[in-house]
Design a protein around this ligand. Structure first.
Ligand code: HEC
Ligand code: HEC
Ligand code: HEC
Ligand code: HEC
Length: 209
């Protein structure tokens, strides 16, 4: 009996190793895990799995960054004050008042990098408020604001491109749709407040019973 168990176990290990090495020789060859997910999704027990029904209600745009092409949610329609040029039709200096009146954007407080490094105009284009701008003054579309963030947060950007930082909008099924930086981080106050982890209260459960 013992021997049969050992044989069985060895058999399993062998099969496992074979499965591992068969990537090279088997019929099913995939360049990447993404390719595999895509291929396997086409006919999964007779149905096709797709993220499409799940992202139907969300307006998305397609982006390509390096070797990654995927969808992210569109932003402009979500920005209450867009289009900015409805008010910002002249240079900022002419609009700014020094009479102590309430600021137009009094509700926006910057708590990001310190003020030597960053002010409103580090990200917003004072000459064309409908766009963001890079550190060197190049135009960045509000729908692609991740390009703004990626200038300084290169590690998170690299992880995000590959799907390791952030979250998919609708699981792993293709086409890939990922949340963009500003879906989770407020660009004006990007850090999350620290909080205690929620605790499962066994006493409350007992009391309810
Ligand atoms: C309803 C009018 C209005 C709209 C819409 C508006 N702004 Fe403004 N904004 C102002 C005024 C007025 C000022 C001048 C600041 C003040 O009140 O002294 C200003 C100032 C600013 C400043 C400089 C802030 C400062 O303290 O100097 C930035 C940056 C800015 N706006 C960005 C935007 C962006 C980006 C949008 C669009 C998403 C936008 N604004 C939409 C009225 C507006
Ligand atoms: C780190 C870059 C950055 C800085 C600095 C910054 N902004 Fe923004 N701001 C953004 C981005 C990105 C958005 C669009 C976010 C989105 O997609 O919802 C935005 C959105 C806005 C909007 C539109 C908000 C709405 O929902 O209607 C206003 C107004 C604005 N910014 C004003 C300001 C002002 C005033 C300052 C300075 C006090 C400032 N921003 C500093 C990146 C920045
Ligand atoms: C000009 C450079 C610059 C740009 C552009 C920029 N950041 Fe930052 N960001 C910083 C710096 C500097 C800090 C402060 C880092 C620290 O305190 O360790 C910071 C802090 C943060 C933090 C908090 C980090 C923490 O330790 O909790 C987040 C999240 C963040 N940024 C996200 C963003 C997002 C999202 C964007 C794009 C909308 C963006 N940043 C654009 C420079 C930048
Ligand atoms: C699905 C939500 C989500 C998206 C999308 C997202 N982040 Fe984050 N990010 C987080 C969370 C959650 C943390 C961890 C916060 C903490 O530990 O306090 C974080 C942390 C960070 C930090 C702090 C350093 C760290 O790694 O803990 C930076 C900087 C940052 N994100 C930048 C970005 C940038 C840039 C993008 C877009 C390229 C992005 N994030 C997209 C949720 C998101």
């Amino acid at each position: 009996m013992m021997n049969r168990h050992i044989l069985h176990t060895l058999g399993c290990i062998f099969l496992f190793l074979f499965a591992l090495s068969s990537c090279k020789h088997g019929e099913e060859e995939y360049h990447s895990i993404t390719d595999k997910i895509e291929a396997k999704s086409k006919n999964y027990h007779g149905v096709t799995i797709s993220s499409e029904p799940l992202i139907e209600g969300i307006k998305t745009i397609k982006i390509t960054e390096g070797e990654h092409t995927f969808l992210i949610p569109e932003r402009k329609s979500q920005i209450k004050q867009y289009a900015c040029t409805e008010c910002h039709s002249k240079p900022l200096q002419e609009m700014q008042s020094n009479d102590g009146a309430k600021k137009a954007h009094w509700d926006i407080k910057l708590a990001h990098a310190d003020l030597n490094t960053m002010n409103c105009i580090s990200c917003h284009d004072g000459d064309n408020m409908d766009n963001l701008k890079s550190l060197t003054g190049n135009t960045i579309n509000f729908n692609r604001s991740y390009k703004l963030c990626s200038q300084c947060h290169t590690n998170q950007f690299e992880d995000w491109k590959g799907g390791a930082h952030g979250k998919k909008v609708a699981g792993w099924a293709p086409p890939r749709a990922s949340m963009t930086c500003v879906n989770c981080h407020n660009p004006h106050q990007p850090a999350f407040e620290s909080r205690w982890p929620s605790v499962f209260n066994t006493q409350k459960v007992k009391e309810r019973e």
